[in-house]
Design a protein. Structure first.
Ligand SMILES: [Ca+2]
Ligand SMILES: [Ca+2]
Length: 457
């Protein structure tokens, strides 16, 4: 269930980043916004997703099967022709099985307006291409839709507008952890009946996603410096920790970023300084921050990170990206994962008309809603990035997405640049304090653990 609240506005959110702008961007006036409830009903949104795409061309029913080589692929749908009526389909909103216009057999699904049928199909392979075919007949100008959702990718559907039965099809690729999909037939509006029949869901084969960069953090030892740079010192957001490379290491196939207590002089200390980086006499805490900046960047693709967060008061682990060109936030920031204040966050930020005042598109997800033990387990975060859209997912479910037609910088810096249409580099860090809150009660050491980072094209 979607319980987050989406925010879209100027400077509405904490989570400010970049070193050069930290003080300006993260003033004490940065306050968390009031929650805004999502509207709409989960059970009736099949045809209304703004991200849904209509694909494919209908072809006229010739009454013959073109494919007769080899054995036919297995149809993964139960009761695909609505013949048994045994409950494989959830038929809702006034739709019904009808004998008045079957494509084959005796029955078809009859849908009129804001109703249809859906079937949750389990046992699918992750990261695999599936093909959905179906027949539709529609006596209304409002389309009948056959589609798929909740499989780890954007909703995809095809429409039927012809008054005699035609076949149409689509393909979709399951997410990296997704083993189920919801198949549906649906009619959103109008009141003249339409009919759907003989849906077929088959596996096409492995996805065409190609791995272009990864770190599996295999073995034990130091972090691979050909893949990662490490930040040093007090860097941003007036955070508590001193960053140093020695707080990150590979341990039995995992990247472990460890936050530790310290008690040693700040080598950059300047008596009387007004700069938070130099007016601290002592380093009290240390941690690590890794970045691929200067070593690896990508523009469009699919970032997948398996990690275990800290979720302790005072800590602020993150998986994020920044654009290679321009100053923050006009370089574009994607917070694939932030975890602080008991929330998981998924954010996008870009430049406004005011320097260091980003436009945020953010979402919060209370960890307590994920169920007991969630923070003690590894989870999969994804950033799926095309020229048109970025979608952030957690364990295959969408946390936030943004339409890139609207993410153009204002006048403050790099005006007119779309910072999500340039190469970004990847960042992994464990901050303390800052948005993470007081470290007073934090028990150290504590660890943020990453199993792998992969980028697919
Ligand atoms: Ca039938
Ligand atoms: Ca690993």
């Amino acid at each position: 269930m979607r319980v987050a609240f989406a925010i879209f506005g100027l400077g509405a959110f904490t989570g400010c980043r970049d070193s050069k702008s930290a003080q300006q961007a993260c003033s004490p006036s940065c306050e968390e916004p009031e929650p805004v409830e999502e509207t709409g009903s989960a059970s009736t949104d099949s045809g209304t997703s703004p991200s849904a795409e209509e694909t494919g061309d209908a072809r006229v029913d010739t009454g013959t099967d073109a494919d007769d080589t080899g054995s036919p692929p297995v149809n993964l749908l139960e009761d695909p022709g609505f013949e048994s009526g045994a409950g494989a389909w959830s038929i809702w909103g006034g739709a019904e099985r009808s004998e008045s216009a079957p494509h084959s057999g005796r029955w078809a699904l009859k849908a009129t307006a804001t109703n249809g049928a859906e079937q949750r199909v389990g046992g699918l392979e992750p990261n695999t291409v599936y093909r959905l075919k179906g027949w539709g007949k529609n006596n209304d100008t409002e389309p009948l839709l056959i589609g798929v959702k909740d499989y780890g990718g954007d909703e995809v559907r095809v429409s039927f507008t012809a008054p005699e039965y035609r076949e149409n099809e689509l393909t979709f690729t399951t997410g990296f952890t997704n083993t189920a999909a919801t198949i549906y037939a649906y009619k959103h509006a109008g009141d003249t009946p339409a009919y759907a029949d003989d849906l077929v869901l088959t596996a096409d084969g492995p996805s065409g996603r190609a791995l272009v960069w990864s770190d599996e953090f295999d073995g034990s030892g130091p972090v691979d410096t050909s893949r990662w740079n490490t930040e040093s010192g007090f860097v941003r957001n007036e955070e508590v920790q001193w960053y140093q490379a020695s707080n990150a290491a590979r341990v039995d196939g995992m990247l472990v970023i460890e936050a530790r207590s310290e008690d040693r002089p700040n080598p950059d200390f300047v008596a009387g300084s007004s700069d938070w980086r130099t007016n601290r006499e002592t380093i009290t805490h240390s941690s690590a921050s890794l970045t691929t900046k200067g070593l690896f960047g990508f523009q469009y693709g699919h970032l997948v990170v398996r990690a275990k967060v800290t979720n302790e008061a005072g800590t602020w682990p993150a998986i994020w990206t920044l654009g290679d060109e321009c100053e923050w936030p006009s370089n574009g920031e994607v917070d694939v994962m932030e975890n602080y204040g008991g929330n998981v966050l998924a954010n996008f930020a870009w430049g406004s008309d005011s320097r260091w005042s980003p436009i945020w598109d953010s979402s919060h997800w209370p960890v307590s809603d994920f169920g007991p033990g969630w923070a003690d387990a590894f989870h999969l975060w994804e950033m799926e990035w095309s020229e048109d859209r970025i979608t952030i997912r957690l364990d295959g479910a969408v946390l936030n997405d943004v339409d890139l037609s609207g993410t153009v910088n204002g006048a403050a810096a790099c005006e007119g640049l779309n910072p999500f249409r340039q190469a970004h580099h990847i960042r992994l860090n464990l901050a303390l304090g800052g948005a993470g809150g007081s470290v007073e009660d934090l028990v150290l050491p504590t660890q943020y653990v990453v199993d792998y980072v992969r980028v697919y094209r």
